[in-house]
Design a protein around this ligand. Sequence first.
Ligand code: NDP
Length: 453
Amino acid sequence: MTAEYDYDLIVIGAGSGGVRAGRIAAGFGARVAVIEENRPGGTCVIRGCVPKKLLVYGASIGGDLEDAAGFGWSVDKAVHDWPALITAKDRELDRLESIYRNLLASAGAELVAGRGKIVGPHQVSVNGREISGETILVATGGTPNIPDIPGLRQYAITSTQALDLDNLPDRIIVYGAGYIALEFAGIFNGFGSEVHLVYRGDLPLRGFDDDIRQHMAEALANRGIHIHHGETVTAVRQDKKRLAVELSDSQVILSDQVLAATGRVPNTQGLGLETAGVKMTDREAICVDNNSRTNINSIFAVGDVTDRINLTPVAIAEGHAFADTLFGQKPRQANHKNVASAVFSQPPVASVGQTEDEARREHGELDVYESRFKPMKNTLSGRNERTYMKMIVVSSSQKIVGIHMVGSDSAEIMQGLAIAVNMGATKEDFDAVIGIHPTAAEEFVTMRTKRQD
Ligand code: NDP
């Protein structure tokens, strides 16, 4: 650490990765500035995971109300107050934002409001002044990508606006079938909007295990979501007070909102990266090595801006490893293996490790265990929805390399299973565990019969 520079570390972006890196580095005694042009907390806290999950909780109560009659409840015409929910959610975000501010302040990192731009290997301009740092960390995240289709960019909302709508739309078209599309389809459906999910593939959730995708497509339709697979949006135009959304099969759907959930791109525009000579990928993400270092020795990057695994906990792990390595004399790298993730759709999906296809390509012969059952709750609720679980085991070693689930509590269940998979658990290890009865999770330790292919 040297007085040659104004700071030891300048972080651009006060999201999950940037804040973690900044406050850990400051905790080691580094002089840290964290530059943020919006609200500290970033995508996850302000316009992603947190507000989304609050809305998911609210929407899932819609499902519970439907299920309640089977348990003897009579719920007459439940009424939902959307603006009240948005106000409550905003209050919670204000609270979290101030926690983020305090985290930085109490660690001794300086939060600088403004837009940072790299102007040299150690120089960043912010608010018309130039500051210098021995190390620069770019943690600017990603931003929604809307395809260039007539009217789509003009009329569509993204997940950011979907979290802040003044009114619940009567009808909404959700374009895409990834994490964000499925989560928001579930949110709006749960609150009573008519939801149309339009996607170009045959099945939703590309990249997930094919059986999960198949099961999920059926579950979404079963929940009353109108599925338009193998379709693209070809045009959007205003039609009096609604939007006319034209699909590739020439069908036109009138809708109150169109949500473009068509992926996200790294936030690298206007950051001065080209001027500094930082190498980028074809997708305009920052290229980094396993230590999150770019080709410029003094410049590092973590989180979605590097387009590795675009999940908050991964950005946090990368930011923490970076700070430990550079400022704490504890060199280490973030673990990118067996990262579990969940889609908070309704029902939710969760997954760790390889899909069956990936595992087959890497390991050859597999033992696949599956379970498809009606959860106990649905016996009385009458909901016609099944849980699906799948475990992928390498035949020769009996090592479990993938676990996947669609159903209630799948995200909560998967976190513990991820520890086992990460530790290299075998099928025998799972078989040796006594289940907790009655739960859905116990299925994972009682799977006995291999799928016969
Ligand atoms: P995803 O990559 O998950 O999904 C994008 C969807 O948009 C896919 O269905 C894709 O179709 C479709 N699409 C992309 N481009 C086009 C196009 N030009 N025309 C039509 N369709 C298109 O992105 P999301 O935006 O849902 O989420 C971004 C990332 O954020 C996720 O990958 C995830 O890493 C993270 N995230 C994680 C969450 C969680 O952990 N719960 C929640 C939300 C986001 P196709 O498959 O055919 O390419």
